[in-house]
Design a protein around this ligand. Structure first.
Ligand code: FE
Length: 347
């Protein structure tokens, strides 16, 4: 309730600034929880003169807020950090499908969602993050873990650390597994993960990495940018953690490593639609794409963008094979996945 009250207060603030500068503003609801993004926003304003009003919340908070606000919502752009959430928002009718040649040219077709109604695009993936496996180098080797399937092997009994199965990052990974293996095999695999857990799921991805380094678990699952952040950290404790662990990009010899997207869309009731499209086009530009890579350790999605991030390079040796299933299908599986998690007791 307190959240809603403050949300309404912020909405009123935004509404009043809207009245002052109707045509030189864009209102963004963002779930990107990365301080390094500040430069992204200020560069856009510098280049276009369009002022950004930003509301930061987590994905679930943004979706709830958009629903509560309905057609009165001041939101023009919505930025979310997971395919399952993007899919949910689209299904809930929170996006205004758009047509933009620059965005369609820049972003590969499997990383954007075709809108059902007007032939436009409902949302665009703007950067990717791989969901990889890390392991204790004293206990295991790369070959033990070169596929997601192997995480269910009996040899990892009591070794696996992973965040909650219901977290969007895992719902998307498991949704992708459902595409690759089919539901029956995926459910058996999930049961195998539960059997192998070192502890009941808790914490975020960084906590799992640290637990491997601390010897509490032998293997864990994490998004790459959390790992890259620690590798590039000036804090010696972070460096010490990354030196103890190995990283595997699973399924290089089959369908490729699971990648999730952070993406954006125009809000269904946007008042500054042109500015919203301009902002999304800006995020697909080489400079913004480079920023995703160097600022937040994500992979750019726009075609032909080169970047230089030492942590990402050292992890992959240059490049890796990522899965090519349509990212929208991953989100679509999340209800099915949640039911499987409940059945196998994956918290
Ligand atoms: Fe994250």
């Amino acid at each position: 309730m307190r959240l809603l009250t403050s949300a309404i207060a912020v909405s009123c603030l935004i509404a009043s600034s809207l009245a002052l500068a109707q045509d030189k503003v864009v209102n963004i609801y963002s779930a990107r929880h990365y301080p390094t993004d500040e430069a992204l926003y200020s560069d856009f304003t510098k280049a276009t003169g369009i002022k950004i009003n930003r509301v930061d919340a987590d994905d679930a908070g943004i979706l709830a807020r958009l629903k509560a606000e309905g057609s009165a919502s001041p939101a023009d752009v919505i930025l979310l950090v997971d395919a399952a959430r993007l899919w949910r928002a689209e299904v809930d009718g929170l996006f205004l499908p758009i047509k933009s040649k620059p965005l369609e040219d820049a972003i590969p077709a499997n990383l954007r969602a075709k809108a059902a109604d007007n032939g436009g695009t409902a949302w665009f993936g703007l950067s990717t993050r791989a969901r990889v496996v890390v392991y204790d180098k004293l206990k295991f080797s790369k070959a033990d873990l070169d596929s997601y399937e192997k995480l269910a092997d009996a040899k990892f009994k009591g070794s696996l650390c992973i965040r909650s199965g219901s977290h969007p990052y895992n719902l998307s990974l498991f949704g992708a597994m459902t595409e690759h293996l089919g539901p029956a095999k995926t459910e058996a695999w999930l049961k195998g993960l539960v059997d192998n857990m070192a502890r009941s799921p808790k914490g975020g991805d960084t906590d799992q990495i640290k637990a491997v380094a601390a010897g509490e678990c032998g293997v864990a699952v994490t998004n790459t940018y959390y790992l890259a952040r620690m590798m590039r950290s000036a804090n010696p404790a972070d460096k010490a953690v990354t030196e103890k662990i190995g990283v595997v990009f699973p399924n290089q010899s089959s369908w490729g490593t699971h990648v999730n997207v952070a993406g954006g869309a125009v809000a269904r009731y946007a008042k500054n639609t042109d500015n919203a499209v301009k902002f999304l086009e800006y995020l697909a530009s080489p400079s913004a794409q480079n920023h995703f890579a160097n600022g937040n350790n994500e992979w750019p999605v726009a075609k032909g963008v080169s970047f230089d991030n030492p942590a990402l390079k050292s992890m992959t040796g240059g490049s890796f094979k990522s899965e090519l299933i349509p990212i929208s299908a991953v989100g679509m599986n999340q209800v099915k996945v949640q039911q499987m998690l409940d059945r196998v007791g994956f918290k």
